[in-house]
Design a protein around this ligand. Structure first.
Ligand code: SAH
Length: 382
């Protein structure tokens, strides 16, 4: 295994645990999850990675023009700030993606493409987003700009593909807003199919520029397998997959369930989910684009019931509307996948007060060298 070796980690702030060995990090995360959640049930041993480096399949880089040295610089935003720390290679990011980011920086100078300056509100290139299909090798490059006029567009893309024939699609996205690292509504595919595919747990998934996809593909398979195991499916269950993203967990569960219903707020992710169902020939799954809480409240009001609810909310956790509807839907089991043990604790307090029992708590290290921990949790109606 490589050794951790980064010259900019203090300024970047992305690796909060860089002062610990990987073993120490696992112990630290285990203790943190135990302290928060062992009141509900015994916490199982955290599942770590064999090789905790270069696991990020989604990489973003910001660019600026260094007037003194008269060249373009690429890097990452310093935590909670608008200044960019120059970075050429990162211990956590996919290495191919890092090399493409450096090439784009060089091409910007060749083609006189000026990075966007948020203070002046001028310039073109805002950031680049790269997504890598870990098991297919497909690579998507999204060039995000402040306006639609891409100077020397065709030659730029040609030059990029010449240096990186491994790139399978290039998308131009326009983000006129003042939010850094965001994608705008408008996208144009400049090369390839406009999305990539990846394989997880035996199924193929389509990933568009803006849809959520777990950033660590290796650990993601372990996490999903645990979630499916905790759902204890026998083939007869109706499953509600909430916060379903591109439908990954629900699609994997579908072969062991009677029927699955997925709910997701992002309409692009829902579009991917529907196409993922088709692509994999899964016929017993349906998707709807809605707020998870509002939708569950509505269909439980209509008398719909579920045997299993799978929930995988963002860091802020779920909300009272959703949790109340879960209780009303009377599932026998709830599988809660969480990327934030603090909001998980709050939501488990709600569900246990309403009569649910926590049977298993499994931490999975999806984000080595950072302070984040993923936890999957099994609950049942008492
Ligand atoms: N289960 C998926 C996605 C998890 S990420 C996977 O493993 O890939 C959380 C998802 O919740 C994101 O796709 C986000 O768009 C969605 N989301 C956020 N708030 C939501 C809400 N209120 N209702 C439904 N979906 C929501």
């Amino acid at each position: 295994m490589e050794n951790y070796n980064c010259k900019v980690n203090k300024r970047c702030g992305g690796c909060q645990l860089s002062n610990m060995s990987y073993e120490e990090q696992l112990t630290y995360k285990q203790r943190q999850v135990n302290a928060l959640l062992s009141q509900f049930c015994r916490v199982e041993k955290i599942i770590g990675m064999k090789n905790p480096f270069h696991y990020r399949n989604k990489v973003q880089a910001a660019y600026y023009y260094d007037f003194r040295r008269r060249k373009t610089v690429s890097g990452v935003y310093q935590s909670n700030s608008k200044s960019i720390v120059p970075v050429d290679s990162c211990m956590l990011e996919n290495e191919k993606a890092d090399r493409i980011i450096v090439t784009i920086r060089r091409l910007c100078d060749t083609f006189k493409i000026v990075p966007y300056d948020i203070r002046k509100g001028s310039g073109f290139l805002r950031h680049v987003l790269i997504r890598y299909g870990n098991s297919t090798g497909e690579i998507m490059v999204v060039i995000v700009s402040s306006n639609p006029i891409f100077p020397s567009r065709n030659n730029f893309v040609k030059a990029l593909l010449k240096e990186h024939p491994e790139i399978t699609t290039v998308v131009h996205n326009i983000n006129p807003s003042d939010i850094n690292l965001a994608l705008g509504e408008r996208s144009k595919t400049l090369y390839g199919k406009g999305y990539i595919e990846d394989r997880l747990c035996g199924l193929t998934f389509r990933i568009s520029p803006s849809s959520f996809y777990q950033v660590n593909s290796v650990q993601c398979e372990t996490l999903y397998q645990k979630a499916i195991e905790f759902a204890e499916l026998t083939g007869n269950e109706t499953v509600f997959d909430s916060y379903c993203g591109t439908g990954t967990i629900g699609l994997i569960a579908a072969s062991e369930a009677k029927q699955v219903l997925g709910v997701e707020l992002n309409k692009n992710a829902v579009r991917d989910a529907v196409s993922n169902a088709k692509r994999n020939g899964v016929r017993n799954i349906y998707f709807t684009c809605d707020d998870a809480g509002e939708y569950l409240e509505y269909i439980t009001g209509e008398g719909e019931r579920f045997d299993v609810v799978i929930m995988d909310p963002p860091r802020a956790g779920s909300d009272v509307k959703f949790l109340k509807s879960v209780v009303k839907a009377q599932p026998k089991r709830v599988v809660y996948v969480s990327c934030n043990p603090v909001t998980l604790k709050r939501d488990l307090e709600f569900l246990t007060a309403e009569g649910y029992k926590v049977n298993r708590i499994q931490p999975v290290d999806m984000f080595p060298y950072t302070s984040h921990t993923e936890v999957v949790c099994a609950l049942s109606a008492e």
